[in-house]
Design a protein around this ligand. Structure first.
Ligand SMILES: Cc1cc2nc3c(=O)[nH]c(=O)nc-3n(C[C@H](O)[C@H](O)[C@H](O)COP(=O)(O)OP(=O)(O)OC[C@H]3O[C@@H](n4cnc5c(N)ncnc54)[C@H](O)[C@@H]3O)c2cc1C
Length: 492
């Protein structure tokens, strides 16, 4: 029998993962990637000995990684050389107060009680809820597909309405545990990892802060790009072929099937199965015949974007921990500005990453490699945002915030700077609206309500990645890769 051939469009985490499962299942798999190397948003660059992870910087939900590496026939710990980051974050508030989120419960209790008396008991109850949400969400929502309405709308799932609090907003739910707004922020800011505002995110997402405290935040030797290198090695070992610097221009279809892809250089590649890892709304808009779905997708809610600064610095800033978060007092206004007005908040919360604190290889000796990430609205339809101005404003906000930690001279010690705005995210990875996390993860866009992993008309065309089920994040896109591969292999 002829071996089935698969073309994968895009070498992001989801694409590489699916490709590996399919190749291990005996299919002939070719991955076509527009950029020069694999990883997609999970990207890296090295300049003058400074190594920057330009996308993910946090290895969270390690148990999910472990399960997915296991499904690929290997061990995460053996492959990645992981160290636990503890304290995970240093939080700095507008009034100068600080909180180190740590798994050392004695230290955490002391810090919390200074901020709000009795709050540690609140944290313990919140962790219990997070644990319940984690177990249920992974089993009932993440680790399974929703192909038919009955997979989602059934009696068993009805109970989840009460047990997972999907109809309560995460931030409002915090009143059950804390009074102090700093603590409410400290245990909800993780929603931004899904590009969500805690004022819109379901309370289900309390599982994120829970996993950070219970399972830890980790860091691979050499940085997060190590995950991509490992997955690419596994793919090559399984027999996957990669074609880089080659953009797909069109998916060739007849009335019922996808037949292959047309590359920008005119080459046509035929395939029995086409799998799109490029951002799903982009694929409908740009690679397929227009059928109304592209427009419908544009009307959906997209997650926010970020402006990222990458600085090679000629001295070391020990005041900076690996992960420092500056959380603004006007927390609600921050999210409204980003999500509703598609703007830069007047006083943005922001994140600074200093990887050399975890691995000295990330910068030359005596120097520092710093990344600052400022969340901002995604690109608007009318294109009226002035990204140069917004970038300059965001840059000044970072310097202003760093002064609260006594860092006053950073600007004069920057050797070089790279900046990524939403325009860059859009151009480099074909992310619609420059939205860094793709389709938003609000209740009406999750599980059965997320676009299907299989095209409704061309049944041999599948989708994988952040804008598909279960959603954004490295481990979840690995899950999406496995689920899609299982489906393709089952239908062989
Ligand atoms: C700034 C930032 C920070 C993040 N932080 C974290 C974090 O700390 N932890 C975490 O777990 N996750 C994080 N994420 C999310 C995580 O990076 C993504 O969810 C995940 O990498 C998405 O993978 P994907 O499979 O959707 O593929 P993508 O990364 O979208 O890759 C798709 C690939 O398709 C290629 N492509 C597009 N169009 C074409 C075409 N026409 N032809 C050929 N190739 C094409 C693109 O170049 C790209 O390589 C972060 C993301 C960003 C942007």
């Amino acid at each position: 029998m002829k071996t089935k051939s698969v073309i994968v469009i895009g070498a992001g985490i989801g694409g590489i993962t699916t490709a590996t499962h399919l190749a291990k299942g005996g299919l002939h798999v070719t991955v076509v990637e527009k950029n020069s190397h694999p990883g997609g948003r999970c990207d890296r660059f090295n300049r003058e000995g400074h190594i920057f992870d330009t996308g993910p910087t946090l290895l969270v939900i390690p148990l999910l990684y472990e399960a997915e590496f296991h499904a690929l026939g290997t061990s995460m710990h053996e492959r990645l050389g992981l160290q636990r980051v503890d304290p995970t974050y240093h939080l700095v508030f507008d009034d100068g107060s600080q909180l180190a989120l740590t798994s050392d419960m004695k230290s955490l209790k002391e810090q919390l009680e200074v901020i709000e008396r009795g709050s540690f008991q609140g944290l313990l109850r919140y962790i219990q809820e997070g644990d319940r949400h984690y177990q249920l969400a992974i089993e009932k929502l993440v680790n399974r597909g929703f192909d038919k309405a009955s997979d989602f709308f059934n009696f068993q799932n009805l109970a989840l309405l009460f047990r997972l609090k999907p109809l309560i907003h995460h931030y409002s739910n915090m009143s059950a545990y804390f009074d102090d707004p700093r603590l409410k922020a400290a245990f909800t800011f993780q929603d931004t990892y899904m590009g969500l505002s805690p004022f819109e995110a379901p309370a289900t997402f309390s599982f994120m802060p829970y996993t950070e405290l219970a399972q830890g935040v980790w860091y691979p030797k050499g940085g997060m790009y190590g995950v991509v290198e490992t997955l690419t090695d596994l793919a090559r070992e399984a027999g996957v072929e990669f074609i880089f610097n080659s953009a797909v221009e069109r998916i060739e279809v007849n009335s019922k099937h996808a037949q292959g892809v047309l590359l920008a250089d005119g080459l046509q590649l035929d395939a029995d199965v086409v799998l799109a890892n490029a951002d799903l709304p982009y694929v409908y808009q740009n690679l397929l015949p227009q059928d109304g779905m592209a427009k419908a997708l544009l009307r959906k809610q997209f997650s926010c974007s970020v402006i990222s600064f990458f600085w090679g610095v000629d001295k070391t800033y020990e005041a900076l921990s690996p992960h420092t978060l500056f959380l603004a007092d006007d927390y609600r206004a921050n999210f409204e500005s980003i999500m509703r007005d598609l703007d830069l908040p007047a006083n943005p919360s922001l994140y600074v990453h200093a990887p050399a604190r975890l691995d000295s290889c990330m910068s030359p000796p005596g120097q520092d490699t710093l990344t600052a990430i400022v969340p901002i609205g995604h690109m608007s339809e009318n294109g009226e945002q002035n990204w140069d101005e917004l970038r300059d404003e965001a840059r000044q906000h970072v310097f202003r915030r760093l002064r609260t930690l006594g860092i006053t001279d950073l600007e004069s010690h920057i050797k070089f700077e790279e900046t990524y705005t939403p325009l860059y995210w859009h151009k480099r990875y074909n992310l619609v609206k420059g939205s860094t996390h793709g389709l938003s993860h609000t209740l009406t866009q999750l599980a059965y309500f997320r676009p299907s992993n299989r095209h409704p008309r061309y049944h041999n065309l599948y989708f994988v990645g952040a804008s598909t089920h279960p959603g954004t994040g490295i481990p979840t896109t690995m899950v999406s890769g496995r689920l899609v591969a299982e489906r393709i292999l089952a239908e062989r």
